[in-house]
Design a protein around this ligand. Structure first.
Ligand code: ZN
Length: 419
């Protein structure tokens, strides 16, 4: 508990200021009277804070609201375009660099292919160029950026801001924070991509107002962001939620992590491809053969093509997705036993199979947890943009955090309450 600040006049002043800023940011435009109703602060305190915020151009007056008798109230709105934030998603499919305003609205985004198997220096130079190009295009100055959040596939040291290892990207130790902060002079945050998606779902998606939920992503890999008491749970070393590497078959095939029978082997894109190759080897579906006849090299099959086949109603490929759903259900049941979440969200490219995987999962959960009828299994709601919105959220949650705790040593960011 020693990270809580000492109670004094300064802290009360900052707390009230934070309360007013966050209320206008999240619920604005609002009148001073409405802020008083929502915050329980008295009107003179609010007027003082508001005058200061207007003089610092953090908020502005924006027309008049409806009158309940008497003078029409003047509405206040947050200047969300005064500053911007960068949200970046790095994955095998490519890098998306997003420019967002302080209300998490995406102003622009740029897609670049991902450099594979490269060294730290060239990766960071490549990323820097993509950032610079986006800023130049939008005429955004470096000093307008409050910070940059990065979501990446792999094991991340969040405290020190570097990627430890990414098996999917084949990258080892990339010091994103140290090198990008040195170059751009804005604070940089990095986290596992699935945690950033969980943050986006918590703020804007299906996890809104839910304290305990787990956001699972399936696709090339399998991972989970665990939200406990409204916050991401990191564990002791930042690696919590390594859902793809729980063992579901102890004598199963070897996984690249060194263990046998990991869940990822039975529920990632590679599982779909492997199963289809088995079917093709048996040549027991003419429809599959017809579908792929134009393809010269069947070793280059993608999960996306197999999903297209399933969507067209081909029975064998549909059965692959149902089997994947059942495999995933075993892992999810372990999560439910461990964390007792109110909600399980499933996102990522693999979730595009929709009911084909959701039905077997829901069936199993209903069967084994009949006493938890309220527990919901839903697709993520924030879509493709959730990744960069969530990455930006790494910055914004620090900027607008209630200042009750002493600042973390590793965070060099100035909170909005001190602007
Ligand atoms: Zn594994």
């Amino acid at each position: 508990m020693n990270n809580i600040r000492q109670g004094n006049k300064q802290l009360i002043k900052e707390l009230n200021r934070a309360l007013v800023i966050n209320t206008i940011l999240n619920y604005g435009p609002l009148s001073r009277t409405r802020i008083a109703e929502l915050t329980d602060l008295n009107l003179s305190t609010i007027s003082n804070i508001v005058s200061d915020l207007i003089s610092k151009e953090l908020i502005h007056e924006t027309g008049e609201g409806k009158s309940k008798g008497g003078r029409k109230p003047i509405l206040l709105e947050f200047n969300s375009n005064e500053k911007s934030v960068l949200g970046i998603k790095i994955g095998l499919d490519g890098i998306v660099v997003g420019l967002l305003n302080l209300k998490s609205k995406i102003l622009d985004k740029k897609f670049v292919p991902c450099p594979i198997k490269q060294e730290e220096k060239s990766i960071l130079e490549f990323l820097s160029k993509a950032i610079q190009a986006l800023l130049r295009k939008n005429k955004t100055k470096l000093e307008e950026i409050v910070g940059c959040g990065i979501g990446i596939s792999g094991l991340v040291n969040q405290k020190e801001g570097y990627l430890v290892f990414s098996p999917i990207l084949q990258w080892k130790k990339v010091r994103f924070r140290e090198i990008l902060e040195e170059k751009f002079k804005f604070p940089v945050f990095i986290d596992k991509d699935v945690n950033t998606l969980a943050l986006a779902e918590k703020r804007f998606g299906a996890g809104k107002n839910i304290n305990h939920f787990i956001c699972i992503t399936i696709g090339k890999g399998v991972g989970a962001g665990v939200v406990i008491n409204g916050e991401i749970y990191y564990g002791g070393y930042g690696g919590a939620g390594d859902f793809g590497h729980i063992t579901i078959e102890k004598d199963g095939p070897r996984c690249y992590c060194g263990k046998n029978g990991c869940l990822e082997i039975f529920s990632s894109d590679q599982f779909i491809i492997n199963r289809m190759k088995e079917f093709l080897a048996k040549k027991d579906s003419q429809e599959i053969k017809n579908f792929f006849s134009a393809k010269k090299d069947l070793t280059l099959l993608s999960a996306q093509e197999i999903l297209e086949l399933a969507t067209k109603g081909e029975i064998l490929s549909q059965s692959i997705f149902r089997e994947l759903g059942e495999n995933l259900a075993w892992g999810i049941m372990n999560l439910i036993s461990l964390f007792d979440p109110e909600l399980i969200l499933i996102g990522g490219d693999g979730a595009k199979a929709g009911e084909l995987i959701f039905n077997p999962i829901r069936g199993k959960i209903k069967e084994y947890f009949p006493f938890k009828p309220e527990l919901k299994i839903l697709p993520t709601q924030t879509g493709e943009d959730g990744w960069i919105t969530g990455a930006a959220e790494l910055v914004l949650q620090e900027v607008f955090k209630t200042p009750i705790f002493k600042p973390k040593k590793e965070v060099v960011l100035k909170s909005a309450f001190h602007w």
